[in-house]
Design a protein around this ligand. Structure first.
Ligand code: HEM
Length: 156
């Protein structure tokens, strides 16, 4: 089933377009998205783990969250375009599957964090509860791992 969908995508006109002039631009947009997403969420997570306490948590979150979300919005279509170029081999790649699984886990972690700790992040108390700081630490590790897997896809 997945293989048939991958085959259909790779042999489609969009697959041919992705393999042509679009690929380098998709890769550039993917890297720009990476800097915005992992850079934005990484710095925010570091602040939430307790570093940079001189910076007000509320202000850091207000500035960096939209930046990170904009990065994610760039990464999905650009990643999908690069995927369409080589969908069959990529859909068989354990590295690529691990990457997508960890993206789902990192997004779930971010969503649960928001539900549980949003009031703290937007509150006056600059210190987050230990569980929130741990979740921020897990978030950094996951996004860096995803970025590493993204780079390793080509070597796997
Ligand atoms: C959202 C978080 C994501 C991160 C942090 C991420 C990170 C990366 C990185 C660092 C690279 C290597 C780029 C390079 O060296 O030129 C990469 C490549 C790639 N990514 Fe992503 N990516 C993400 C999402 C996605 C998504 C959603 C898809 C597909 C639907 C995807 C598909 C790809 C593909 C196909 C490549 C090229 C692999 C190759 O070199 O053949 N990425 N990604």
């Amino acid at each position: 089933m997945i293989q048939d969908l991958a085959q259909a995508l790779q042999t489609s006109s969009f697959g041919a377009f992705a393999r042509g002039s679009a690929y380098p631009y998709a890769n550039l947009v993917h890297l720009l998205g990476l800097v915005m997403l992992v850079g934005g969420i990484g710095l925010l997570d570091l602040r939430m783990t307790g570093l940079f306490r001189s910076l007000p948590l509320q202000a850091v979150s207000r500035v960096l969250t939209p930046f990170a979300v904009a990065g994610l919005i760039l990464m999905v279509p650009s990643g999908f375009t690069m995927f369409a170029a080589d969908a069959v081999p990529l859909s068989r790649s354990d590295t690529f599957r691990w990457k997508l699984s960890l993206i789902a886990l990192a997004l779930a972690n971010a969503a649960v964090f928001r539900v549980l700790w949003r009031r703290h992040v937007e509150g006056v108390d600059p210190n987050l509860p230990t569980a929130a700081r741990l979740m921020a630490g897990v978030s950094i590790v996951l996004w860096l791992w995803i970025a590493a897997l993204g780079r390793l896809i080509a070597y796997a």
